[in-house]
Design a protein around this ligand. Structure first.
Ligand code: GDP
Ligand code: IMO
Ligand code: MG
Length: 421
């Protein structure tokens, strides 16, 4: 069967750490969407590792990892990442597989991302500039190159054809940076990619499922960045919700069992776009400082605010979330009061539903105040029951609103800092 683990907010919920925590229970960990815009942080032997394309099960020797067809892969960042992981003694030839239908990010995708964002001026999306949008545009526009193509004798010609198309667009943007160094690096990374396990992902996975193997599908980004249901147009270009698992891996819905939604105990967003519960004050600063809220991929400061139950209720609905993991509860340890947004007030009317679009709307969050626990020792708790009563009351309130049980609470970045409820 397939369990799905995905982010319920605007990304960076701590998915990587939680996948690493669960990975030992699964035979396969599979990424189904996104690309190097993702930054999933793990601590292995107290060393920090940030994974962008490789699934977060890679440090478990008996777990196989699959980069699914729904992902977009940049050979350059992929090779660099493989080097970092291999330095831990992990043999990627043994435990990493790449679907041949996975689309490739080429240097001109990155150039187009940069040029398009620059042209948008103050309306820019705040893209990670990894070429994600242009690569998915070529996928749906039926121009893309796929991992399987690198093995074909005419790969270079196919590449040149795509590059010529991109050049027209880049000329329109008056983009004239020299990308020849990027190209050189790209072709050398393609040679590396050819040496890796390239497989037919859909048969690979379905054969494992038929044989009774357990699979965890690892989401990237967050549900509020979903191309259909996120805060469009300030979103990413893939399906980040559970529906994306079937198309991103080539498996049928019947295989899906649990949908594990990860949420922070508060909320963050990096990049532009609406964020109803954002705090522009000292409390927001305090969350950023204690939570060390700086992007794992870009280093940008993350915008911070209290937990948004309206948005979480929406994203739990979209993905059919069956259980929750609440991360970064320790960040709230230093607060006397914590808040949760239970409704939006729009034009004088309260609603618990996500409006068609938030941009341009004045949304006033309706707050529910909770007593804080002001107990910095809570981060040392090793069992859920040891946590302060006020924190447990906060968890109960969240699950009461969402009608989905919180099964795990994460109270620190460490590999073992997860408490089962
Ligand atoms: P992802 O993209 O969802 O995998 O999350 P990121 O890795 O981008 O961001 C999560 C950040 O929070 C990383 O720096 C993690 O090391 C850290 N982290 C994860 N869980 C916890 C937690 O429970 N408490 C604290 N303090 N940090 C955490
Ligand atoms: P993980 O998997 C947080 C955001 C960008 C930008 C928007 C579009 O680590 O949670 P893109 O590069 O996809 O064109 O950017 O989406 N974004 C993320 N924010 N975490 C991520 O991934 C993100 N991936 C993209 O900041 O606002
Ligand atoms: Mg991240």
């Amino acid at each position: 069967m397939v369990d799905v683990l995905l982010g319920l907010q605007w990304g960076d919920e701590g998915k990587g750490k939680i996948v690493d925590y669960f990975a030992g229970k699964y035979d396969v960990i599979a990424r189904f969407q996104g690309g190097p815009n993702a930054g999933h942080t793990l601590y292995i032997d107290d060393k920090k590792v940030v994974l962008h394309t490789i699934p977060s099960g890679v440090f478990h020797k008996n777990t196989i990892n699959l980069i699914g067809n729904g992902v977009v892969l940049d050979p350059v960042t992929f090779r660099r990442e493989c080097g970092e992981v291999a330095a831990f003694g992990i043999d990627l030839k043994q435990n990493l597989f790449i679907a041949e239908r996975t689309h490739i990010i080429v240097p001109t995708h990155r150039a187009l991302d940069k040029a398009s964002e620059a042209a948008k001026g103050h309306e820019k999306i705040g893209s990670t500039l990894k070429g994600i949008g242009p690569a998915y545009m070529d996928k749906t526009g039926r121009n893309g190159l796929r991992v399987g193509d690198v093995l074909l004798p005419d790969f270079r010609e196919r590449y040149e054809k795509l590059k010529a198309k991109h050049q027209h667009l880049l000329d329109g943007y008056h983009f004239n940076e020299d990308i020849s160094a990027w190209e050189e690096e790209f072709f050398s990374a393609v040679e590396f990619l050819k040496t890796m396990n390239i497989v037919n992902g859909e048969y690979f996975l379905n054969e494992k499922l038929q044989a009774g193997k357990q699979v965890l599908a690892e989401g990237a980004q967050g549900s509020m960045l979903d191309v259909d249901f996120g805060t469009y147009p300030f979103v990413t270009s893939s399906s980040t919700i559970s529906a994306g698992v079937c198309t991103g891996l080539g498996i049928a819905p019947k295989w899906i069992r649990e949908v594990i939604g990860v949420t922070k105990a508060y909320c963050t967003r990096v990049g532009s776009g609406p964020f109803p519960t954002e705090l522009h004050d000292a409390t927001g600063e305090k969350l950023r400082e204690i939570g060390r809220e700086f992007g794992a991929t870009t280093g940008r400061p993350r915008r911070c605010g209290w937990i948004d139950l309206v948005a979480l209720d929406y994203t739990c609905m979209l993905s059919g979330v069956t259980q929750l993991v609440m991360t970064k509860s320790d960040v709230l340890d230093a607060f006397d009061e914590v808040y949760a947004c239970t409704a939006y007030e729009v034009n004088g009317t309260q609603t618990r539903q996500m409006p068609f679009q938030l941009n341009g709307l004045t949304v006033k969050p309706i707050w529910e105040k909770h007593k804080g626990w002001s107990d910095e020792a809570a981060a040392n708790s090793k069992q859920y029951n040891e946590l302060p009563a006020e924190m447990k009351a906060f968890v109960t309130a969240v699950e009461g609103y969402l009608k989905v049980p919180v099964k795990f609470v994460s109270n620190g970045p460490g590999r073992d800092q997860v408490l089962e409820k």
